[in-house]
Design a protein around this ligand. Structure first.
Ligand code: FNR
Length: 186
């Protein structure tokens, strides 16, 4: 039987019709046996990071985020690209989840994917995210890179990801993530 892998997944777009949200939905559909994906839906409720607030105690919505990150075996980031980087709302959530005590993101395996309407499919945002992983002490998996370019052409009217190359890359990345988690458990 496949080993259980609990993944906490966060998409960096608050937009209702977000392509990245649809990519995350596709990931949930394509996850390998044994993998469960907890889709975080409260990104828009997280207050701007403030160290004075943190010192007084984490707000309940942040506490919930931190608890769910902590409970996960791995994190899946699905990020749009805003001005060649990750959206501020995603960075803000990462900032909250990176602070003591016991920073929940510390030592977590992670995978990333993203979609954009440009030709580079969120590549620059993902490389910024990889850079953040250095300070966070997270363990991002390298391959395959899932960068869905011209996202406006890759979904049907119901929001299903129809691009076979993208579906195969997502399938492979999640399979590799499950293996990565197992390797790091040893
Ligand atoms: C963008 N977009 C964008 N695209 C890109 O490839 N590189 C970029 O640097 C940017 N910058 C950017 C900044 C801001 C503020 C917005 C709102 C948009 C376009 C982006 O790829 C497009 O809006 C996607 O549809 C965003 O992802 P969601 O919301 O569909 O998931």
């Amino acid at each position: 039987m496949a080993e259980a892998t609990k993944v906490f997944a966060i998409s960096g777009s608050l937009r209702k019709g977000s392509f990245n949200r649809l990519v995350l939905k596709a990931a949930i559909e394509l996850a390998p046996p044994g993998m469960s994906i907890d889709h975080y839906e409260n990104l828009g409720d997280i207050p701007p990071y403030n160290d004075d607030v943190r010192e007084k105690g984490y707000p309940p919505v942040v506490e919930d985020l931190r608890k769910r990150v902590k409970a996960a075996d791995a994190i899946l980031f699905v990020t749009p690209e805003y001005n060649y980087s990750v959206p501020g709302v995603l960075k803000n959530a990462i900032d909250w989840a990176s602070r003591p005590p016991e920073p929940p993101l510390d030592s977590k395996p992670c995978a990333m994917m993203g979609a954009s309407i440009s030709l580079l499919g969120s590549a620059r945002a993902q490389y910024h995210l990889r850079q953040m992983c250095v300070f966070l002490n997270m363990f991002p998996i390298n391959r395959p890179e899932v960068m869905i370019a011209q996202a406006q052409n890759k979904f049907d009217a119901q929001g299903k990801l129809t691009d076979e190359t993208a579906r195969k890359l997502i399938t492979d990345l999640l399979k590799n993530l499950a293996g990565w988690v197992q390797r790091l458990r040893k």
